[in-house]
Design a protein around this ligand. Structure first.
Ligand code: AMP
Length: 586
């Protein structure tokens, strides 16, 4: 039977699994089942992915990309070294690396994958994920929601009927889903979440505490010192992990500010008081999720924890006191999603398991029509047809009426979202139905929306009196996204070729173009200064006044150093600008 791998393409980390002897097996990458979702270019211009890329984040931030998942589906280019890539291209590098290791393990080529996405991902983000797979040479046979995958992994081997609450707290995002398993059918009833809440916020609270303590002791505000803040980012995260297993964590940083050292102990109870308000927010999301699913807390049979930040003991405690049962974490919260995706891959490949996947649409789909809004008639009211949390596949219809007499055509607009006005939702597509009968206004037009398991939408409009119909498939493959696959493939290919050539020539700094007449040792410095100035200028409108002023000063100094031909000074300014950019760039 063919192998269909399961991939958890995460914001912070990614994992790849496959079904082996009926059980999911996570493939290790350089000895670790978790690979940082980090892509970079090393000093020789070579592409590096995972741990190697993460290791250079402090020393070479401009050559490293983190958290690309947050940008999926956005029409942007991300800078990596001296090249620019779409988020799909960057993600394809992560997928390629995972694929490479799984192929090495299996000893054969892998062509198909199931990839997981957050339940809140919209069509564009799902399509972008599929495109990333395509660029990595993978046919993405199914995109499934992360909570569904987690439930599937947990449910493998459990045939009894039950209701599961999947609580997923990662580095940057939180979501909670209510999943019902009935006679081996897994169905996500409702999902809720907060895309700006995660373990990284806990780090920030610790950093604030340390900075405050340092100020009280030494009268120094470390907020003013980028290097110190960068060091604290690493040590606070380490202390946070320590506090998951121990009652105290000590943070020591020598010469953190000039000749001042940091030496501070933080107790778990103190830390827990800092993060409690954030965790309270997750409890509110649980309540909303249960309300959406029309389920009472006492009806929940099991709670499954997903995401690295659920290792925090307070998470277990507050969930237990809220719902009344102990959460399960038998399966590693970091690996459970990719394991569930591998199970789904196995099901598609034809292996027998107890579970059959039923998914939901996390978004409402509908059209626009004249209607009431705010007590007044409005031309563009959103009319939901398929409501969010409906199990897939689904087919739903509604009747609409022409407004004018002898109206010969109607323009059907399809949107996705929850807002009462159509224009505030995501526009999916539109089409005209022409040649309607010449009858008085009120001609009935039936609009039918069919959404399949992959989120592909088929829209049918029928003139009821004649049966005249028009069908348009708003296939995820056909939804207009900004990404030109052929161009992206070319971009990646040209990059990989450049990379090979660079290696052959063994030229360091080969990614800097050498301009005739320039002194070669100056050239990289000047190029870097130019690049940093460009990036810093882009930030000016989106940052605070103080930071903006600091950047402006550095920009001036950079230009002065260039004009004066002062390479030593320019190099120092480059470092300062780099620090600012690292801290301020999203
Ligand atoms: P994920 O996005 O699921 O990979 O989760 C990453 C987040 O989990 C980061 O904020 C990590 O700092 C956090 N994390 C990882 N291990 C632990 C731990 N033992 N205790 C607390 N947080 C952790």
């Amino acid at each position: 039977m063919e192998t269909i791998v399961g991939i958890d393409l995460g914001t912070t980390n990614s994992e790849i699994s496959l079904l082996e002897d009926g059980k999911p097996k996570v493939i290790t990458i350089d000895g670790d089942p978790i690979m940082p979702s980090c892509v970079g270019i090393d000093k020789s211009g070579k592409l590096i992915v995972g741990k190697a890329a993460k290791n250079q984040i402090i020393s070479d931030p401009e050559s490293t990309v983190l958290s690309i998942k947050r940008k999926m589906g956005e029409h942007i280019r991300v800078r990596l070294g001296n090249k620019e890539f779409s988020p799909e291209e960057i993600s394809s590098f992560i997928l390629l690396e995972l694929k490479k290791h799984a192929e090495r393990y299996l000893g054969k080529t892998i062509e198909k994958a199931v990839i997981t996405v957050p339940a809140y991902f919209d069509d564009r983000q799902r399509k972008a994920t599929k495109d990333a797979g395509l660029l990595a040479g993978l046919d993405v046979v199914r995109i499934i929601n992360e909570p569904t995958a987690a439930a599937l992994a947990y449910d493998a081997g459990h045939i009894e009927n039950h209701k599961l609450l999947v609580y997923d707290l990662g580095g940057g995002t939180f979501d909670v889903s209510l999943v019902v398993v009935e006679n081996g059918v897994v169905e996500v009833k409702a999902s809720h979440g907060d895309t700006k809440l995660g373990g990284d916020d806990f780090d920030q609270l610790l950093i604030n505490h340390i900075i405050q303590d340092f100020k009280t002791r030494h009268g120094i505000d470390l907020n003013e010192d980028l290097r110190a803040r960068r060091r604290l980012l690493v040590s606070a995260e380490k202390a946070k992990r320590e506090l998951s297993d121990h009652p105290f964590a000590r943070i020591r940083e020598e010469y953190l500010y000039k000749d001042l050292h940091l030496d501070i102990e933080i107790s778990r109870s103190n830390y827990e008081e800092m993060i409690r308000p954030l965790l309270q927010k997750t409890l509110n999301c649980i309540q909303m999720c249960l309300k959406d699913a029309s389920i009472l807390p006492r009806e929940i049979d099991k709670i499954i924890l997903v995401g690295g930040a659920t290792r925090t003991p307070l998470v277990h405690e507050i969930i237990k006191s809220e719902i009344g049962i102990e959460p399960h974490y038998e399966i590693s919260p970091d690996l459970i999603v990719s394991m569930g995706a591998a199970i789904q891959g196995g099901v598609i490949a034809g292996y027998k398991t107890h579970s059959i996947l039923v998914d939901i649409t996390p978004y409402t789909f509908g059209t626009s029509a004249i209607g009431e809004y705010d007590g007044q008639t409005h031309l563009d009211v959103f009319v939901p047809i398929i409501k969010r949390n409906t199990p897939l596949p689904v087919s739903k219809g509604e009747v609409f009426y022409t407004v004018a007499d002898n109206q010969e055509e109607v323009d059907v607009n399809i949107y996705q979202g929850e807002e009462p006005l159509a224009e505030d939702n995501i526009f999916i597509g539109n089409f005209l139905v022409k040649g309607l009968s010449k009858v008085p206004g009120g001609n009935e037009i039936v609009l039918n929306l069919e959404l399949d398991i992959n989120g592909i939408l088929k829209v049918t409009a029928i003139e009821k009196c004649t049966g005249l119909s028009k069908v348009v498939t708003m296939d995820t493959k056909n939804i207009k996204t900004h990404l030109d696959i052929a161009a992206a493939q070319k971009n990646i290919a040209s990059f990989l070729t450049d990379e090979a050539e660079d290696e052959e020539a063994e030229v360091s700094d080969a990614h800097f173009e050498i301009v005739e007449g320039e002194e070669t040792e100056k050239q990289p410095l000047l190029m870097k200064a130019k690049d940093l100035r460009k990036r810093a200028e882009k930030l000016l409108n989106s940052i605070g006044q103080e930071d903006a002023q600091e950047i402006r000063d550095l920009l001036d100094k950079s230009r002065d150093a260039v004009n004066a031909g002062d390479t030593k000074r320019l190099s120092e300014i480059n470092t300062s600008l780099e620090d600012m950019i690292f801290y301020l760039e999203d």
